[in-house]
Design a protein around this ligand. Structure first.
Ligand code: SAH
Ligand code: TRP
Length: 313
């Protein structure tokens, strides 16, 4: 709640992404993944469908720990590839949304009766210290371009923490979205059916419930824009008219001018060079790199490099 207080009270207002994902938010996100415009899911799914056998054959992990696992839709390719080889795999889906973890856990056990599923409910932006440390041979999966939802320092912190806990036999499987024409990017975050807009506004329903606020979600417009200089999508909620919002749990009244914004999400887009550099600073070296012909998305495996952690963190 402290993060909401800091983010909401003073302009420029900004909220952390985890508030998107209540049960309704997770369901809306799942629908975004099926929209025509949202190419990342399709693209990453095709890469996983094509290369899961090779990835799993090479790494042979006993454990798969996935950050922000959601419905684990794409992860099923990895599990299927694992199934073809040997059993005894443990899957640790880690997510902030309880409902999605519960539902997904049930459906996974049904689809893969040999699989041990140990859901982890928590917030990865609070650090990884409380996570169990699986035995050697763990594949850490971080898919969907979710790394791009972190600013550079936070991304570096999270990856460094991961690198620090990884043994030489462990691997990171990372999916990141790539820089591409602005029109393609903007459409992906502003689909014509308005699912993304509903997802963005759902944040205000969550705040109403969790912070005893009285936002009128329909009084805010969804806006997404590609900030080319920063290579990132920025998602805003824009007050359409002057308004006041009472936030009970913060004992505060927020005053919005017409046109005033809340930054609700960033989604950074990478080049091969920028993701290589970020990983290197965190102490990780890219081992394999899979991308489609149009270079819309990158699926990477990376391995920890001993003793090259950035000394400033
Ligand atoms: N990996 C899936 C889902 C991506 S959406 C895919 O590629 O399609 C991001 C996921 O991360 C959601 O399931 C959301 O609930 C989860 N999430 C967001 N913020 C989180 C946080 N701070 N800690 C843990 N999980 C988080
Ligand atoms: N990880 C996703 C991404 O950056 C999250 C996302 C997709 C998202 N569409 C969104 C977040 C719309 C907020 C609004 O692509």
């Amino acid at each position: 709640m402290e993060d909401a207080r800091v983010g909401l009270l003073e302009p420029p207002r900004r909220l952390p992404p985890k508030y998107f994902y209540d049960a309704r938010g997770s369901a809306l996100f799942d629908r975004i993944c099926d929209t025509e415009e949202y190419y990342p899911t399709r693209t990453e799914n095709a890469l996983l469908a094509r290369h899961a056998g090779e990835i799993m054959g090479h790494i042979r992990p006993r454990h798969i720990l996935e950050l922000g696992s959601g419905t684990s839709r794409k992860t099923r390719h990895l599990l299927r590839a694992r199934e073809a080889r040997e059993c005894g795999t443990v899957y640790w889906p880690f997510d902030v949304c309880r409902e999605v973890l519960e539902e997904t856990g049930e459906s996974l056990v049904e689809e893969f009766p040999w699989l041990e599923v140990n859901p982890l409910l928590g917030d990865y932006s609070a650090g990884l210290a409380h996570l169990p440390r699986p035995a050697d041979g763990c594949l850490y999966a971080f898919l969907g371009g979710t790394l791009g939802n972190f600013e550079e320092p936070e991304a570096l912190k999270l990856l460094s923490e991961l690198a620090f806990r990884m043994s030489p036999a462990d691997r990171l499987l990372l999916g990141v979205d790539r820089v591409k024409p602005t029109s393609v990017l903007q459409a992906a975050y502003d689909d014509s059916q308005g699912v993304t807009a509903a997802f963005n506004r759902n944040l205000l329903h969550v705040l109403n419930r969790e912070l005893e606020a009285d936002f009128e979600p329909e009084a805010f417009a969804h806006r997404s824009l590609y900030n080319e200089a920063a290579a990132r999508i920025e998602m805003y909620l824009v007050a359409e008219a002057p308004q006041q919002v009472r936030v009970g749990r913060l004992e505060a009244t927020l005053r919005f001018d017409a046109g005033e914004t809340i930054l609700t999400e960033i989604s950074r887009k990478f080049t091969e060079a920028s993701v290589t550099r970020l990983l290197a600073r965190a102490g990780l070296a890219i081992e394999r790199h899979y991308a489609p012909d149009n270079q819309y998305f990158s699926l990477l495996t990376a391995v920890p490099q001993p003793d090259v952690h950035d000394p400033v963190i």
